[in-house]
Design a protein around this ligand. Sequence first.
Ligand code: UD1
Ligand code: CA
Length: 461
Amino acid sequence: MTNSLAVAVLAAGKGTRMRSRLPKVLHPLGGRTLVENVLASLSQVKTERQIAIVGYAADEVRSTLAHVTNLEFVEQTEQLGTGHAVQQVIPALAGFEGNLLVLNGDVPLLRPETIAKMVQTHVDNDNAATILTAQFDDPTGYGRVFCDENYIVTEIIEHRDCTPDQRANKRINSGIYCFNWQKLMTILPHLKSDNDQNEYYLTDVVKDLSPVMALDVDDIEEISGINNRKQLSDAATVLQRRIKDELMLSGITMLNPDSITIDATVTVEPDVIIEPETHLRGNTTIAAGCRIGPGTLIENSTIGENTTVRYSVINDSTVKGAGQIGPYTHLRGEVVIGEGCRIGNFVEVKKTTIGNKTNAAHLSYLGNATLGNKVNIGAGTITANYDGYNKHPTTIKDNAKTGSNSVLVAPVTLGENVTVGAGAVVTKDVDDDCLIVTRGERRVIKDWRPKFVDQQQTNKE
Ligand code: UD1
Ligand code: CA
């Protein structure tokens, strides 16, 4: 027999108790959906096949998981029980030799090490089935696993089918199994639904297989399933603690970690300091030596070495390094900022590429723009990129300097070394090395007050 491993992830249920139109397995946790967290827990085992069993909102689940390479889907159109769910993979696994790992799409906190250990135990003992189990203080609702002192399982009985004596057994079935596929195939097609719920129970295969072994997990948090949003929130707390503990031990300082959230998908290099009320999400990387926060949200962005980001929001952008971002900077997407730039206070940037050592230090909007190196954007400079119908580009070349409160009406290009006078409205391109001033001539009018003002003043007195 080979030790090839196939995986079936049960993801067909609606999850009624979530009270949501979103299928349960697509609820987010730590930057991924529940079922993506489950798939991530496979990182330490080599799998030959990965099959998701979908049913409720199948198309939505499929399209959310479309990015997962080599994931196959089978559909369980009617949810007739966990045994029925696994029966759906029989055609797909015709001719397969090896073991089948069964995971639940709503048990998202399994550690990769735990799955690896379970599969190894299964293979080492040449088990027909290996079941992940745990001792719960309150096992209410779970199937009870009955085994001898050598962890050899005789039976699993659902809570509702247990006698009071059987309910006293605190060893619960996590719903995570590894099966010898050939042996399972002798039983699985013949399941009966003669139980309280008229469902086909996967757990019924156990009494006809031998040997079946129980493997207790040390940390019961790993096998907690998500049935409602309270449990989702509890799982988020567990996951956050894990992510942040791991980061701190890898050399990242966090000031008040309870106020910080970091997705499982984020990479933070050593010697980063993360300050309070900071949230790092999605596909984000923070390079060594950065100081992030307080009060900062960064999503799907890359922050280069030794950058400081304070009280800012950054989405889908890159800051190359040694930058000072904020306070109150919003990089709204498709922004690339070169090295050694200062962006903020109060600066909004969208779809803009900025060279090295360029500053926009006060109150600006830069959109659809390309800025060179060592540009200085004066306080209040605005790229007027939108004419009400289309967006237009602005180009500002090396060493250009814009005056306070200048408006650059796109499409427009400022050449190298251009200086824009304060308050200018620039509607046409400016050549290299020029000064552009678009200011009304200064007029001083003496004794300007209208006569009636004097009259009113006299009347009051
Ligand atoms: C199941 C186990 C129980 C165990 C518990 C752990 C059985 C009969 N019981 O009970 O021993 O303690 O899990 O959480 O297996 N699903 C489908 N299609 C179906 C039915 C279920 O895909 O037709 C999926 C659900 O979406 C869910 C998982 O299978 O992700 C478990 O199903 P659920 O009905 O929640 O099983 P439990 O009653 O909790
Ligand atoms: Ca369940």
